[in-house]
Design a protein around this ligand. Sequence first.
Ligand code: CP
Ligand code: NVA
Length: 331
Amino acid sequence: MDTNALGFRRGKSLLKLDDLSHDELFRMLRLAAELKLRKRGGVRGDYLSRRNVALIFEKSSTRTRCAFTVAAADEGGMAEYLDIHDIHIGRKETIADTARVLGRLFDGIAFRGFKQSTVEELARCAGVPVWNALTDDWHPTQALADLLTVEEHFGRLAGLKFVYVGDGRNNVVNTLMIGCAMTGMEMVDCCPLELAPDPELLHYAQGLAQKAGGSVSVCHDPVKAVKGANIVYTDVWVSMGEEAKTAERRALLKPYQVNMALMRGTGQLDRGQAVFLHCLPAFHNTDTVATRESGPMEVTDDVFEASFSKVFDQAENRLHTIKAVMVASLA
Ligand code: CP
Ligand code: NVA
């Protein structure tokens, strides 16, 4: 694989976060920050000029879908949204055949869906870079936005205490374990025993952390876990595709709700040294169909709306980091 002018491997896919080397991860964050500055300065780029990208979505999305679309347009490219129900993939046509067709028409493919094996099969067969826009296992473009948001706020990553509280084995926390490990943070995955991360993944992340001077651990006590935390992060208790488990998860995760008492327990709020993050969408009030009767879940409204909540910075950073990912592969 040859290297482009920006120093990235041309044509490379991003199927999970550690497809990036340690060095590439940091350069990707730099590139995203640069692209953000350019956009803020009103400069329209042309890194993706004459590039067409396909966005195959098997699950719903607001941020990721829109970030890919706007990012492509900002850099002179074009994105075509393909709802899985509107194309033949997996029904009248194999994943491999769809990949080979789209690879002839498009310069890159983003995929969001259930199985990690689907995005891997697309990458194997398409002949163009494929980007994981979320699977059951990983959410790499989310973690890039999260790292950028943390770095913007604190001016660094290494040495910060990053505590994830909630479902400790979903796509978002799996990826954060890798991202925090690679960047030398002190990462704690705080979750009930029943929702603990895969031991093999934990072991792997701990190895990465050791190399970068950080740590990754699991804790089942939220009060203990958040002490000294700079970042308290949560995600939905029920990920897409797990809706049947809603009642069970509510019961299991109630003690892990991020509320004001838990945020105060960081001991860092008064010093301005703690932020709240959430990948969104979030169940923080009773204004959604899902929470109208049952109330908020993973985070209370006062935390979500607090000045230390940086969730909309995170959401914006999805655009700049996804743009960097496409530019790195295609420029
Ligand atoms: N955080 C995130 O991936 O949001 P969407 O599901 O709206 O894309
Ligand atoms: N864990 C969540 C993330 C949504 C962005 C899900 O998979 O539904």
